[in-house]
Unconditional design. Structure first.
Ligand SMILES: Cc1cc2nc3c(=O)[nH]c(=O)nc-3n(C[C@H](O)[C@H](O)[C@H](O)COP(=O)(O)OP(=O)(O)OC[C@H]3O[C@@H](n4cnc5c(N)ncnc54)[C@H](O)[C@@H]3O)c2cc1C
Length: 430
């Protein structure tokens, strides 16, 4: 029995049905993929500051490629392009470090192959360009003064709803069942799991219980006697309609890798300074303001995200939306792409949504066995749950069926000694 029909639960169910383990039931009071998993920016990258994460996401991308062939999940590979106007030595040092963790070779000003290549033709690893003329020739829309770009190649975005839907259809097509209800109790002790109690009064007998409850994972962990080291952080994104056609439709994901201070006029400064909740917008804001074009070449839509304020808070739905968020992201993006400046004067049509990153201090997920026999967790997928979900579900299924575990399994074990990860880059998270 899998609790939670977000991408973590669906991927686990899909893998279990492939292993023909017997009856699999997915329980959730909400429709599948509607709490966090449909709020993501749908992006993926194998570029992580820890070897186990590189390994997990590389495996996940291998599986996403298989799903692209089998189901068509809109997998693109334009990469993540990190632009910096600062001394590029930090960018280069970080990239060398991540490359050495298994993320692929690093080429510096060497045989760059750009353009919108098919995913199967994109070179592995990453490229760094430091020659301003070469940078301008490939990316004429970037701000003057960009001293280096890092183009991570095993990266891009995909259609996460098609992906989740395809896996769920495949699983239910071979007998998996979806039950619309809430798990409210688990009868479990040192002898194992026996019965799950549901909110509507039903009971399901099972020997295996999988916690894939996303932002509800800590509460569900408590039901099985596991205190999981999780917290939730509010993150939002903005979709905006590029009605002036200013965004290059063939662009990669574009990220401003530097911290920045926004340029407000005197009246705006005064208003912000007077509001204790917004005064922080006058100070230096984090790095990694980013966006990518959404949809095909005809689509006017763009997805932008910037983790300017990510309060740790218990999950509340509907999420509180900061009325300044869209404007702040557009202003941040205009630093990187100056031609977007008209949108900072006259905001385009925007939609802001989001959800919670359910995280651990190390930003490593918790995947594997709980304290009692028959209990498993696949939780804590932070801001990478879509990209990591294929391998996370596979790893959960390996734990459940007693299969061979990959080298990275131990790092993600729920009972591990949890410590904050000292990231190789202090430039913030995505
Ligand atoms: C703004 C934003 C942008 C993001 N961008 C990206 C991105 O670009 N790439 C990426 O890889 N990731 C991204 N993420 C992260 C990604 O969306 C999440 O990591 C992922 O969706 C988590 O999936 P999940 O299945 O763990 O949780 P969810 O999708 O939240 O699913 C958990 C499910 O458990 C159910 N549940 C909870 N309690 C119970 C209970 N007691 N009984 C039954 N069911 C229960 C809930 O109803 C829910 O349906 C982003 C997230 C946000 C918020």
């Amino acid at each position: 029995m899998v609790c939670g029909a977000g991408i973590a639960g669906i991927s686990t169910v899909y893998q279990l049905t492939r292993l023909r383990v017997g009856k699999v039931v997915l329980v959730d009071p909400e429709s599948p993929m509607t709490v966090t998993s449909d709020k993501s920016s749908e992006s993926y990258r194998n570029w992580w500051p820890s070897r186990p994460m590189v390994s997990l996401v590389n495996r996940s991308i291998d599986l996403l490629e298989t799903y692209e062939r089998d189901f068509g999940i809109g997998l693109g590979r334009r990469g993540y392009l990190f632009a910096t106007a600062e001394d590029p030595s930090e960018t280069i040092a970080n990239a060398e470090s991540i490359s050495s963790l298994g993320a692929g070779p690093l080429r510096i000003d060497d045989a760059y192959r750009g353009g919108d290549l098919h995913w199967s033709e994109v070179p592995p690893g990453a490229d760094i360009l430091t020659d301003p003329d070469v940078i301008t020739a490939w990316f004429p829309y970037l701000a003057q003064g960009v001293g280096a770009v890092l183009h991570v190649r095993r990266a891009g975005w995909f259609d996460s709803k098609r992906y989740g839907g395809a896996l769920l259809d495949a699983a239910t097509g071979v007998g998996a069942e979806v039950v619309h209800d809430r798990v409210v109790g688990v009868d479990v002790d040192g002898d194992g799991v026996r019965v799950i109690a549901l909110g509507e009064g039903g009971r399901i007998a099972t020997e295996v219980f999988v916690n894939a409850a996303g932002p509800g994972a800590a509460a569900v962990g408590n039901l099985v006697g596991d205190q999981l080291p999780l917290f939730t952080e509010l993150h939002t994104k903005v979709m905006f309609r590029d009605h002036l056609g200013l965004v290059p439709r063939d662009a990669p994901m574009l990220l401003w890798a530097d911290r920045q201070t926004l340029d407000w006029d005197a009246e705006e400064r005064e208003a912000l300074a007077d509001d204790p909740d917004l005064a922080y917008l006058l100070g230096e804001l984090p790095a990694m303001c980013h966006f990518h074009p959404e949809g095909g070449t005809e689509s006017p839509w763009v997805v932008g995200q910037w983790s300017v304020a990510t309060p740790r808070t218990a999950p509340v739905f509907p999420i509180p939306v900061d009325p300044m968020y869209a404007e702040v992201v557009l202003r941040g993006l205009a630093t990187m792409i100056p031609r977007l400046a008209p949108y900072t004067e006259w905001l385009p049509s925007t939609t802001v949504d989001g959800g919670y990153y359910t995280r651990t201090e190390s930003n490593h997920p918790l995947i594997g066995a709980g304290t009692h026999p028959g209990v498993f967790h696949v939780v804590g997928l932070g801001g990478f749950g879509l990209m990591a979900s294929a391998a996370a579900g596979e790893l959960a299924a390996q734990w459940i069926t007693g299969g061979d575990l990959p080298d990275h399994a131990d790092t993600f074990r729920p009972g591990r000694d949890e410590k904050p990860l000292v990231a190789t880059s202090g430039r913030g998270q995505l």
